[in-house]
Design a protein around this ligand. Structure first.
Ligand SMILES: CCCCCCC/C=C/C(=O)SCCNC(=O)CCNC(=O)[C@H](O)C(C)(C)COP(=O)(O)OP(=O)(O)OC[C@H]1O[C@@H](n2cnc3c(N)ncnc32)[C@H](O)[C@@H]1OP(=O)(O)O
Length: 359
């Protein structure tokens, strides 16, 4: 059942009773969701640069875009309920209770009911993957591969699933110059993709909104992909002077055939969720209004199956491909390293950054 207005009111009261201050970032998130749930999309003029607090509030609300009011209400209630349980669990850890894993700056990682959920948590940047986020996802997958959950889920916070590689990643050039930056970045890219290839349990993508770039290509390495009907799938590599990664040069032609894969990966054709489902990249599409409820109900049931059997089935289905996927990953990463240094790629990034600066 979706959260009602009464649930929202109760959750607002619950916030006042929290034992632990949830911190400014979470408070901003609560503010934005409340405004979206009660007033709809942000309709206020952007406050001036020196009005720091109101500007931060405005940005958090505005970042929710056209998120429907009922979804914002549900997200508010869910967030408060997770805060209440984590504030309880800090004083008394109940076996099997929702457990938030500490130590991540760009992710929220929780384990509950046999499911480890890794949520990308940079909603104001549309969950773009910063260098820190690449490193934290590698760590979170490593930890999830060893915990006692049956399945692992990757999803996004806010209105986007993920806007792909953070295009500002290239701006902090090390002493060794741009060549060293390209080498370090593509080593990280290779290790990041390898951690998906090697992940031993069922890995499920809950695609809550648009996905771009590497967030799309990686989907070929997931075991199930559920998408909201609001999600889109876009790989603008040629527009960025880049080449396909995430093993997509191998998985996409296998999944959808070489010509459809070429339209996406070479020509940057953006697919709707239904088109992506028809082409086999997405397992099932759900209406956005019921997406979270339907998906989590189903996953909770799946996670009750014996976890060792789920692991074994995944190995049986995927193990034959592993060696091939690793060699594709190494090859793709080395081509991306060259592309990073190309004029087309540098110009595309500079273009993006200068457009941002003018806003
Ligand atoms: C270290 C290893 C690296 C190896 C990887 C190499 C291979 C590359 C893989 C890729 O993923 S390529 C794809 C990269 N992604 C993009 O090109 C997307 C760029 N962003 C956009 O096109 C748009 O922002 C959007 C995602 C379509 C959203 O548009 P919308 O109008 O809804 O919101 P915005 O106002 O544009 O975004 C809000 C805020 O977020 C910033 N942002 C969004 N995406 C990124 C990003 N990928 N990198 C950095 N920043 C991003 C955007 O600039 C806005 O910031 P402010 O202007 O508010 O400061």
């Amino acid at each position: 059942m979706r959260a009602s207005l009464k649930d929202l009111k109760n959750a607002v009261n619950q916030v006042k009773l929290l034992k632990k201050d949830p911190g400014n970032e979470v408070k901003l998130k609560l503010y934005a969701l409340y405004k979206q749930a009660t007033e709809g999309p942000c309709n206020m003029p952007k406050p001036g640069v020196f009005d720091l607090i109101n500007k931060a509030k405005w940005e958090a609300w505005n970042a929710l875009g056209s998120l429907p009011e009922e979804t914002a209400r549900q997200n508010y209630v869910d967030l408060v309920s997770s805060l209440s349980s984590s504030s309880e669990s800090s004083s008394q850890v109940k076996p099997g209770a929702d457990k938030e894993h500490a130590g991540y700056g760009t992710l929220v990682v929780t384990s509950e009911d046999g499911i480890t959920k890794i949520m990308l948590n940079r909603p104001t940047r549309k969950n773009a993957i910063s260098t820190q986020m690449y490193q934290e996802i590698i760590l979170a997958l490593k930890a999830a591969s060893q915990d006692d959950s049956a399945i692992t889920v990757l999803t996004g916070n806010g209105d986007f699933y993920c806007s792909g590689n953070d295009l500002t990643n290239v701006t902090d050039t090390p002493l060794g110059g741009i060549e060293e930056k390209a080498k370090n970045s593509t080593n990280l890219l290779r290790d990041f993709v390898a951690s998906f290839i090697d992940f031993p349990k069922p890995l499920i993508a809950v695609v809550n909104g648009p996905a771009v770039g590497i967030a799309v290509t990686l989907l070929g390495l997931f075991d199930i992909v559920y998408a909201s009907d609001r999600a889109t799938f876009h790989t603008p590599f040629s527009h960025l002077g880049l080449s396909p990664e995430g093993c997509s040069s191998y998985t996409f032609p296998k999944i959808m055939g070489p010509t459809k894969a070429t339209e996406m990966l070479t020509f940057g054709k953006k697919l709707t969720a239904r088109e992506a489902c028809a082409q086999g990249l997405v397992t099932e599409v759900f209406p956005d209004a019921t997406f979270q409820k339907e998906v989590w109900t189903r996953l909770t049931a799946y996670a009750k199956l014996p976890s060792n059997v789920l692991r074994i089935s995944k190995q049986v289905i995927r193990s034959m491909e592993k060696e091939k996927l690793h060699s594709v990953n190494v090859e793709e990463s080395s081509i991306v390293q060259e592309r990073f240094l190309s004029k087309e790629s540098m110009n595309a990034v500079m273009n993006f950054l200068s457009k941002r600066a003018k806003l």
